[in-house]
Structure formats: structure tokens, C-alpha cells
Design a binder for this molecule. Sequence first.
Ligand SMILES: [Zn+2]
Length: 259
Amino acid sequence: MFPLLAILFVLGAVTGSFLNVVIYRLPRKLSLVAPGSQCPRCEQPVKWYDNIPLLSYALLRGQCRHCGQGITMRYPTVELLTAVLWALAGAEFGMTWALLPALLFVSSLVAIFYIDLDHYIIPNVIVLPVAVIGLVANVAISLAGDESAASWQPWYAYLAAGLMSATFFFVVALLKPGGMGMGDVKLAGMMGFFLGKAVLTGLFLGFLFGAVTGVALMATGIKGPKSRIPFGPFLAIGAVIALFFGNDLLDLWTGLFQQ
Ligand SMILES: [Zn+2]
């Protein structure tokens, strides 16, 4: 197990480094490949040895090698977050086919979390293809999988969870314009395609975290009652928790009502 987790941690950090590029450039409609990374102040290109995920930030003590410009904590944070999520996915799913959609799911959620936080958008080029891949992968894994395994769900559970989540959010968006956006509708659908019935846990936690944070931001005066708070980041947090604990929490909750 340990070698797998270590490999996933390193690959996750590398993926996080790429997600930093996606998070910064995609909403600004910049190319993801060219030009290479450069310092925003002195515009010196970042050499490969100064672009090693996590390590370079620590070795450079968070400063540009040429001009000393501070490098935002965002970069190592995204790299570390993605590395930890990849290792957790390895611990949860092991060397199974289900590991692959899980890695795609957590990576896209990291990108969606930060892009929605910064720009109040959830880009179609992320959420739509990832949703389709998630549905196809989980249907295939379900059909080929062992029905007696604890985590197994029938293939139509993924399809139904995605369609019902998206429909629910679509209705909410229609009833309360200006709150929920179409990006949230698509994200909810994507979550259903990956989580199956565990999407209930993810959506519930998303609403819970969103409500608690909204109240806290207003109570402390950081945000007014009319200011916008993106909902995608809360859904993304709920989705990650649901991926790792969703079925357990669902069993726990349904158990409470059956006693
Ligand atoms: Zn510089």
C-alpha cells in the first residue's frame, strides 16, 4: 500500500502544479501550454528546476530567484491539496478501476473550487467533459464489477443521481434567480455521475457548509446580505467528503430513521 500512496502523492503534486496553470489561465482565456511559467514582476521564465511541485517553493522560500518577488501561497497549497487527495483516493480505492475516476473527480473539484472562488464561474470545458467521463467510467465499472462488494452500486444509480441532482438544482435556480447558477446545476449533475447515491451526502454537506459560511460572513460584516458568495466551492468540499465517506454517512443517517 505505501508505495502506491507515495507514488500517488508525487503524481498528485505534479497534477496540482498543472491545476495551478488551469486555475489561473483558463478563466482568463490564456493558453494552457504557452508561454511557460514566468515571474509576474520581472517576467523571467521559471526554469524547470525552480518549477518542481512543493520542493521549489520551499527551496526558494516563496520568492522569485531573480527579483525576490513573493510567490503566492496558492501555488504550494493547490499542489499539496491535490497530492493529499490523490493519496487519500489511493487509500480508499487501492489498485482498482474505481481509482481512475476518483483521481479525475478530485482533480477537477480542486480546479472548480478555486476558479469559482476567484471568478464566480464553473467553466463548461471542465464540468461537461468530466461529467461525461465520470458517467461512462462508473457505468462500465458497475457493469464489470462485483455486485457483492460493499461500495458497488447499480449502473443506473449513477445515471439517476446525476440527472436528479441537476434537475433539483435547475429548479432551485429557476425559483431563486441570482442565487444558484447554471454552473452549479452542471456541477451537481457531475457529482451525481461520480458519486451515485452518495451524492445526497455531498449536496447536503454543500448546502450546510454554504449556509454556515454565509451566515458567518454576514455576522462578521465581511459580506453584506446582497453580496454574492459562490456556491461551487461548498459543493466541491461536500463532493470530496462524499467520495470518501458518503456511503458510510448515508447508512448512518438512514439508520437513524429506521430505529
Ligand atoms: Zn521575478
